[in-house]
Write a protein of this length. Sequence first.
Length: 247
Amino acid sequence: MKLPSFFHLMKQFQGKMQSSAFTGLETNLQHAAFLRKMEQDLKREESLSTPLQELDVVVLDLETTGFFPEKGDQILSIGAVKVHGMQIEEKHTFYSFVQYEGEIPVDVKKLTGIVEEDVRAAPPISEVLIRFYQFAENRTLVAHHANHEKIFLTEANKEHFRIPFKHRIVDTAMLFQLVQREQIAVSLDECCRFFSIPVQKRHHALEDAKMTAAIWCEYVKMFVESGYKTLMDVFIKLSQLKQGARR
């Protein structure tokens, strides 16, 4: 009786292992299919010709261990909120810590409030990115000093998915040149003060994204009032300012 019982247990265990492996493979295939579709959708994105009042964007912010992903700095958290035209979609937000096994630099802890306990049991970056891209879909991304977000997402895409970062990303710091032409580099706090936007919970990814979203809405309002119809009009004006500055 013992021998059949042993083989029965082994068969059950093997079945569970195969089921688990199949589930993992199925999830990976679903993620790969989603990423392929996202790439196809991004090729067809029409943000440049969409009227600004109807443009859908996702405003995001990353908290990281430093500024150089190519030297090992990593993402600690991602926060984002959707915006339609000049309207922040308060109910459509995204926030997640990202798994990190190293020691967080002391200055980053002080700045962000993120400690090791927050990120040790957090989901891995590949999982968080899939969830974020599912949230963002093929919307244009917006961030303040957006090159920070772009280089980290580019590096993460390359490392974990072997695909390039293809989302269009707009820099709200750069757009400030259309408000005050002599000022190129402007902090998030300075932008908030200029537009009388309350600064709260600074250096929390979701709260920074919400403040940046409020700035974006102010820009859209000003651009529409100035006669800009689309994002293309805004980019053309920025290009003209750069050309004028070189002369």
